[in-house]
Design a protein around this ligand. Sequence first.
Ligand code: ATP
Ligand code: MG
Length: 560
Amino acid sequence: MEPQPTPESKPLDFIRQIVADDLKNGKHRTIVTRFPPEPNGFLHIGHAKSICLNFGIAEETGGTCNLRFDDTNPSKEEVAYVQSIREDVSWLGFSWGERELYASDYFPQIYDFAVQLIKMGKAYVCCLSPEEMREYRGTLTEPGKDSPYRERSIEENLDLFQRMKNGEFPEGSHVLRLKIDMASPNVNMRDPVIYRILKAHHHRTGDQWVIYPMYDYTHCLSDMLEGITHSLCTLEFEDHRPLYDWVLDTLATPCHPRQIEFARLNLTYTVMSKRKLLKMVEGRYVDGWDDPRMLTISGLRRRGYTPAAIRNFCKSIGIGKSESRIDMAVLEGEIRNDLNIHAPRRMCVLDPVKVIIDNYPVGQEEMVTAQNHPQNPAMGERLLPFAREIYIERDDFLEDPPKRYHRLGPGREVRLRFAYIIRYVSHVKDATGRITEIHCTYDPETRGGSTPDGRKIKGTIHWVAAATAVPLPVRLYDRLFTAEDPEADKDINFLELINPNSKVVIEKAMAEPSLGEIEPGTRVQFERVGYFCADHVDSRPGAPVFNRIVGLKDSWEAAK
Ligand code: ATP
Ligand code: MG
């Protein structure tokens, strides 16, 4: 099956076009891709782009996609990262079936290929120190020099490599290098190291190995062993492709995957490298890898993003060859689009001020009917208690409102959503000048918010009845960095650009009763305020903690 552009969709991206052509002209009958994370951190939104591409192509063409852990680097990897990666990929909606694979599972074959390369006279054991090695490598403009160990005999190389494997040499004393070309304009081809001695424990192979293969050499062989048809990676590997091809060509392997590079995802107001994310976690600049401000998959999940929004985002940005930085507003737009359709509406007052309705009987309570979604009656209705004392947002009342302000103020009427029209009577302040209560009257003829006499009420505000309101914490998250590109200025440490207001905690927002019972992980719209999710880590039964996923509008754009 070839991927077909549907009439309403964009044309195929350049990678899908290559895949389609390869199927059409019979180069491949089925497509095999892989997503190859290194288990040295949690996945981020950039990885989502690669996941959607690799798993997406497999899905669209009836092929398969392997989840392969690129675990060649023993000192950095942890089992917890493997677990988090599995969880994130499946949460995004992709499955790898039986094909959970590890580069470390191929260590024996990869070793045998190295022996074969030595026997072919294409690899040698080098004993230059790391400093000497750097010196011999040359620069971008000057060719390198041949290592004095380059012409060792095959027998000597075989013996030394065997002894490296047996643990006879200390770390850093010997490496195995390919014999390619020290004068190559491509530094990756200047006799790259393919094995080094590391006396480190590996999360899967334990202490079995004291030599570990390097990434470039391992990657092409892993791809080949798995029968990958298209090895998709980010642009920084373009200069490594000649090496990828050289290894497979030299070994004349029956399968030779095609490496294709695409531009990595960069987003405004964030950093993407796992190394930097780790710094933020370890330095406690954030509350862990799944901090809802982090653009990790687990952070986005905790924040309340949906897999569909992330997949739609990846689809909308497309796949290309030129590096760019996507505006965070694009990602926020996708979650808004999704939640606008799917999130039930609720009422919650973040900054409450009390309103007393003087002509409403003391002690009386009535239930008013509220729709769960303004455009979708199928989402049903609920009953909300209404009483003499209610809370409204502090900024929905102004003592001296400008003309275009349509909410509550002296002499004004406003509609309480789903309830009644109220009219201002007076307000009370404390010694500091802060308003403590507002007195109003209500019009009993306007139940449900309609005006039988046809008078126009421009403003509608949300509210909750005071006696039955549930006080709960709400965390207002905002962009984690204050700069569009926190890495732009090399003289500024990106950690200094963390937005100090990226997490603002409201201890006691006042919510309608149903919100007190909400299941952790549930997403709702607080009417007029934004989209929120009951945090699945910190919420307790009957005591939810809400995270703001995103506001209703792009307030950053508006503020520019
Ligand atoms: P980082 O630079 O964030 O540490 P990485 O490239 O070292 O990421 P890997 O675990 O090696 O992380 O990545 C797994 C796959 O995800 C690779 O194929 C890589 O090219 C891809 N990938 C990583 N970051 C991005 C990104 N920002 N956009 C698209 N693909 C990415
Ligand atoms: Mg990497």
